[in-house]
Design a binder for this molecule. Structure first.
Ligand code: SF4
Length: 101
């Protein structure tokens, strides 16, 4: 069974064999994918970010999140993706566009 990572949840297409998304640390059996959406739990946030630091596809995941989320505001970004929170990804996007944060 292919588990759905945060990226997979955000995109409707189905990952294929060899797709980086199925190699995500959060796609491993035994990991609760809901844990990547900790909302306001500091413990949950730290656990999700720790998982991302061990993920072999962290860079691909972060780049995909930034590309998909584009200019969305912080409130329209969800979950921990590529090791960053929605606020961190929003700030990174704004810095990449030389916008004041
Ligand atoms: S970087 Fe984090 S959110 Fe992205 S696939 Fe890896 S574990 Fe999942």
């Amino acid at each position: 069974m292919i588990r759905r990572t945060p990226y997979q949840r955000a995109t409707p297409d189905t990952p294929t064999v060899g797709d980086w998304r199925i190699r995500g640390a959060c796609a491993v059996e035994g990991i609760d994918p809901d844990g990547m959406f900790p909302e306001r739990s500091k413990t949950g946030l730290n656990q999700a970010r720790a998982l991302c630091t061990r993920c072999p596809v962290q860079t691909q995941c972060l780049l995909a999140a930034l590309a998909e989320e584009g200019s969305r505001g912080r409130e329209s970004r969800y979950g921990i993706r590529g090791g960053l929170t929605p606020s961190q990804r929003h700030a990174l996007y704004r810095r990449s566009k030389n916008e004041p944060s």
